[in-house]
Design a protein around this ligand. Structure first.
Ligand SMILES: NC(=O)c1ccc[n+]([C@@H]2O[C@H](COP(=O)([O-])OP(=O)(O)OC[C@H]3O[C@@H](n4cnc5c(N)ncnc54)[C@H](OP(=O)(O)O)[C@@H]3O)[C@@H](O)[C@H]2O)c1
Length: 292
């Protein structure tokens, strides 16, 4: 028997026995049911893969069905367990159906990562009402809806972990970032209220605040790889104190997996900044010839 066949045979037998053998025995999320909003791309996709690699059963949503099916396929091909379900987080019926479907398919809900989000940029007096509503409906109301429909499953089980994606933009604003900062600040508010509402019920809820992360969210569409690599190399030292580079989505994913682990049982209502040090410092660009 060659090695490939041997591995395939073991995988098939393990799948038949309901085991996820891709995960090491010490994996933190082994056997857990994980729900992710916005898993078709970027941070959500990397987090779906990271949890699945730990042996979790992952249900994730997003609106782009082809991408969703592709991510599901990639995870299954790697020996993990994942199901894509189309849902738009702005629509209450779709969020409820998505949450319930994940819980029914995998037998409960242990961890939720409410991550779906969009951006919009414009000076406050130039932002349109459509931009405002779309960002707030997705980034703030979408997180509220997810929590609203996840909590009953977790109350029933007597445990649960929820992590919501805010942003360092909740703490630091740019002139064109009014609606994005407002929406991400709203996420922190929802998280804090939910954390004190359900802390005694075995459910802990936190916000993660990523810094600039290399995803389609920040990368202009169609830019060639070489040009993007140059931009990234210049962006880090100019904008990010500390590590001086953008995050990779896998680095944010690893933080989410870590924070969701049982060992973080006392972390509740927190805003966890994962930005390489960007908000800890303050880049100061001196005029030419001025001594530092
Ligand atoms: N990248 C950064 O620098 C950065 C920094 C801080 C915070 N964040 C936050 O991190 C989260 C993930 O962003 P990303 O960087 O990974 O960007 P991304 O690659 O554009 O991913 C965004 C995800 O959100 C989903 N989404 C957007 N609107 C949705 C809706 N109405 N219903 C369901 N899903 C929706 C998208 O799926 P569909 O399009 O398929 O629906 C996609 O899966 C966002 O909340 C973003 O604000 C990003």
């Amino acid at each position: 028997m060659n090695n490939n066949l041997n591995r395939r045979t073991i995988l098939t037998a393990a799948a038949a026995a309901g085991l996820a053998i891709a995960a090491p025995a010490h994996a933190k999320a082994r056997g857990k049911v994980v729900l992710i909003t916005g898993g078709t791309s970027g941070i959500g996709k990397a987090t779906a893969k990271a949890f699945a690699a730990q042996g979790a059963k992952v249900g994730f949503c997003g609106r782009r069905e082809q991408l969703g099916r592709q991510v599901e396929h990639e995870i299954r091909k790697a020996g993990g367990e994942a199901t894509y379900i189309r849902a738009d987080v702005r629509k209450p019926d779709e969020v409820r159906a998505f949450v319930d479907a994940v819980a029914i398919r995998y037998g409960g809900l242990d961890i939720a990562f409410n991550n779906a989000g969009i951006g919009a940029s414009g000076m406050p007096h130039e932002l349109t009402l459509e931009q405002w509503d779309d960002v707030m409906d997705t980034n703030a109301r979408g997180v509220f809806l997810a929590i609203k429909y996840e909590i009953p499953h977790m109350l029933k089980a007597g445990h649960g972990v929820i992590i919501c994606t805010s942003s360092t933009a909740a703490e630091q604003a740019r002139p064109t970032g009014a609606v994005y900062s407002a929406g991400k600040r709203a996420v922190q508010g929802i998280v804090k209220a939910a954390a004190v509402a359900y802390g005694t019920k075995g459910i802990r809820i936190n916000a993660i605040l990523p810094g600039t992360t290399d995803t389609p969210f920040v990368r202009p569409p169609g830019i060639p790889d070489e040009a993007w690599a140059k931009f990234k190399a210049a962006y880090g030292p100019l904008n990010i104190d500390g590590i001086e580079r953008m995050a990779e989505p896998e680095e944010i994913a690893n933080a989410v997996v870590g924070l969701a682990a049982d060992g973080f049982g006392y972390l509740n209502g927190a805003s966890v900044v994962v930005d390489g040090g960007a908000t800890a410092g303050r880049k100061m660009v001196m005029p030419p010839g001025f001594p530092n």
